[in-house]
Design a protein around this ligand. Structure first.
Ligand code: COA
Length: 176
């Protein structure tokens, strides 16, 4: 897979149920990399049916969305924004995203976040967009800061990566 910087063939769109397999594949791959997410490989056994059910719930919720990055009809990245089902938290939500390993660092994550922020600005319910990121994930942190997210706290040594290796869980936010 090759993606040139500012590739015009990349476009961002809302997710649909037909994307379930493609996003599950990317998710499985990132979990197998075992560096960026809380789930470890032997904890992730989601089936396609479960993925579709989860996606259906997200897509039917006015405060939530899934964004897809696509190149030449191939899904190369995705983002999900979920909002708590509690009145006092319903103006907030957090997102998680992942890009196919071969095309990271080429601005696709930035495109997805820009689209999310556009969506959130227009959404009548959402006022605050949040996320959590491992302190070891330098690329993700750099991207989030560049997109205007601010650190609001961190859970120190919250993530145990291996016997003697820990990461902080950095909490970031942006008002929209
Ligand atoms: C994190 C991730 C979503 C970012 O998407 P992406 O398409 O790679 O990001 P972009 O290319 O839009 O932007 C990356 C930024 O990090 C910078 N960067 C790239 N490699 C870097 C590195 N090793 N260290 C620090 N910064 C780095 C880039 O220069 C760019 O910053 P800039 O816009 O200021 O130039 C993607 O890399 C990914 O899927 N990683 C694995 C899964 C993951 O970590 N998900 C997030 C969990 S919180």
């Amino acid at each position: 897979m090759s993606v040139a910087d500012n590739d015009v063939n990349i476009h961002i769109r809302t997710g649909q149920l037909d994307d379930a397999q493609a996003i599950l594949d990317i998710q499985r791959y990132v979990i197998m990399e075992n560096k960026f997410l809380i789930s470890v490989p032997d904890e992730f056994d989601r089936t396609l049916e479960q993925q579709k059910k989860w996606m259906r719930n997200v897509l039917e919720n006015k405060r939530e969305t899934i964004m897809i990055a696509e190149k030449d009809d191939e899904v190369i990245g995705w983002l999900v924004f979920e909002s708590p089902n509690r009145k006092r938290l319903s103006h907030t939500g957090s997102f998680e995203m992942m890009i196919h390993k071969d095309v990271r660092g080429k601005g696709i994550g930035k495109m997805l976040i820009m689209e999310l922020l556009n969506w959130a600005e227009k959404n009548p319910f959402i006022e605050k967009v949040s996320l959590g990121v491992f302190s070891t994930n330098k690329r993700a942190i750099s991207l989030y800061k560049r997109m205007g997210f601010i650190e609001e706290g961190r859970k120190y040594n919250e993530i145990k990566l291996s016997e003697h290796e820990y990461a902080d869980d950095i909490l970031m936010y942006k008002y929209v």
